[in-house]
Design a protein around this ligand. Sequence first.
Ligand code: ADP
Length: 498
Amino acid sequence: MKKYVLAIDQGTTSSRAIIFDINANIVSSAQMEFSQICPKSGWVEHNPIEIWETVYEVLKEALFKSGLRLRDISAIGITNQRETTVLWDRRTGKPVYNAICWQSRQSKDICDDLIAKGYEDMIHQKTGLIINPYFSASKIKWIFDNVPGVYERALKGDILFGTVDTFLVWKLTNGKQYITDPTNACRTLLYNINTLEWDQELLDLFGIPNCMLPKIVSNSEEYGIATKLWELDDSADVPIASIIGDQQASLFGQCCFDVGSVKNTYGTGCFMLMNTKNRPVFSKKGLLTTIAWKIKDEVEYALEGSVFVGGSAIQWLRDGMRMFQASKDCEEYAKRVETSDGVYVVPAFVGLGTPYWDDDARGAVFGLTRATKKEHFITATIESIAYQSKDVMEVMKEEAGIRIKTLAVDGGASANNYLMQFQANILDVKVLRPKCLETTALGAAYLAGLAVKVWKNKEDIMKNHTMEKIFLNNIDEEERNNLYKGWAKAVEATRVFK
Ligand code: ADP
């Protein structure tokens, strides 16, 4: 019996491949960074061919390191940076422009125009999203408007659009499979989360022809054989059996299967998702409604909120403020004082995300006294990550009408014990840090493994889900309320100063 699943995790700055065994242990992994192309301020692009080449390289390296052959691999699962947009020629496979990264703001004018014309409500009801350059549709239109001839070729059916998952599957199957899944489709602004189909009205609004859209498949089924890998090793036909956007993959990898279960990923920014099962909850306070996954015919939804500056506030302390050498050193400083002593840092370096959506806010520090030391400043910055995450969770609780008892955590900054303890205190929930922090890759592996019966069902998967550490609240309600009131005042004051 084959016992291994290979996951490809195609992220914003690097591509990774990880091979998992049946107990969800990592057998081998490989990682490669690729270029971030920034032609102008606020623009971020990638070379799609370079993305593909790094994926192929890490696949090879992970296989080589594991000592396994393709005949030992049951299936491949793919998870990817969402929204990033690739357009390529159906015949030659050549991209017509760079991949426009989710972070890129170059299509802002297209979005502003649609907002001015009053399309926000209609788009929100259909997609669960807001009109923003973040999502794919305005990026496609931007390529049409700026790369001569592409629109005409698209009309003739010569151009294909894909998010990164689609491009990778197309490459791995030598152009045979042209597909995407609901978790990626629902981030394009072209997909209707109620009907679960591409939406004609939205396609017309952005001027996008139907013939350049991939077929939408479920998150866990055999889509086709990765024939490209025969170049490496022809010992077996390995099916690609899952594709899923990175944040939804981590929700699955964290086994957030019950209604109201929540995960928060503490990376550069923070992404919090709550499973709302079969009910799409439409937010009035800036949360996004998204598809969590579709398995067989069953669709589950999630609410999503994001903090723009999470772990990158720690990078700022390290590189901008030059307060320490390595990100992990910040915990030592926090341990020395155990409190921020009334200091609040609001790291609104690029505005504020959920629930404020304030593009113009900028960072601020409050509560300084003659007794304030570097240690307090660092501690307050760590705490700001927890406060911002609480801001998101408060809105989730309110809008979903669900009481939250636990928070599953992952991402680089979740290694920080001070931050995790403070998070448990300020939220009054149990913070659960799993043994395997590669939850994104693991989520894709689980879904692929489910399709080919490496795991029978969710219960079977949950047996692998073990905790490394659990953080319990250790402050009383009065203290928690006072701390959070201080944060609320700091944010308010920050937003006044523009
Ligand atoms: P991404 O996937 O967004 O690149 P990662 O999940 O790799 O991010 O996390 C990296 C981020 O976490 C960096 O911003 C870094 O400053 C922060 N970080 C890493 N270790 C710690 C730590 N021990 N305490 C606080 N922040 C940390």
